[in-house]
Design a protein around this ligand. Structure first.
Ligand code: GDP
Ligand code: MG
Length: 140
């Protein structure tokens, strides 16, 4: 199995409710290692660019505004099959469909305010990590 890195974001709905530590525990208990982490305030331009793939979707403006409503915690997670493992512990996009014990089942407020983002492929993980982190900020 391959050691991978993936990009994680703890979203404003979760930072506002002081859930960063509880969510990090779910990640760490699943075998993922936090090898970079910072709390930042996204600008409209940053959030819009990060979610550009969704710009034709009806919820795009609302998603961008939800991502700038409070600080986020951006992270690089490392581990065996990290991209898929992270997606599994995050749970489905819609918390009503998320498996018990996943971050979204435990903590999400709605399909939009769903507490966490995770890269959906190794290729996108590389792009998304580079969006937020210099290689020198990642310390395995
Ligand atoms: P993810 O990869 O599981 O985060 O889901 P997507 O890439 O499909 O969507 C990106 C983000 O857009 C989700 O995490 C939600 O915050 C938001 N989102 C997705 N679908 C919907 C929707 O139907 N309505 C609203 N309001 N937001 C959505
Ligand atoms: Mg996605």
């Amino acid at each position: 199995m391959a050691t991978e890195r993936t990009l994680s974001i703890i979203k404003p709905d979760a930072t506002r409710r002081n859930l960063t530590g509880k969510i990090n525990t779910v990640f760490e208990d699943s075998g993922l290692r936090i090898v970079a982490q910072k709390r930042i305030q996204l600008s409209d331009a940053q959030a819009g660019a990060f979610y550009a793939v969704h710009k034709e979707r009806p919820f795009y403006a609302s998603l961008v505004s939800s991502m700038t409503a409070a600080p986020v915690v951006v992270q690089v997670l490392e581990g065996e099959n990290a991209v898929l493992r992270h997606r599994e512990v995050m749970g489905a996009t819609d918390p009503k469909k998320a498996d018990a014990g996943t971050v979204r089942a435990l903590y999400a407020e709605s399909i939009e305010a769903n507490s966490v983002h995770g890269s959906d492929s190794l290729e996108n993980a590389k792009t998304e990590i580079a969006f937020f982190f210099a290689e020198t900020e990642i310390l395995p």
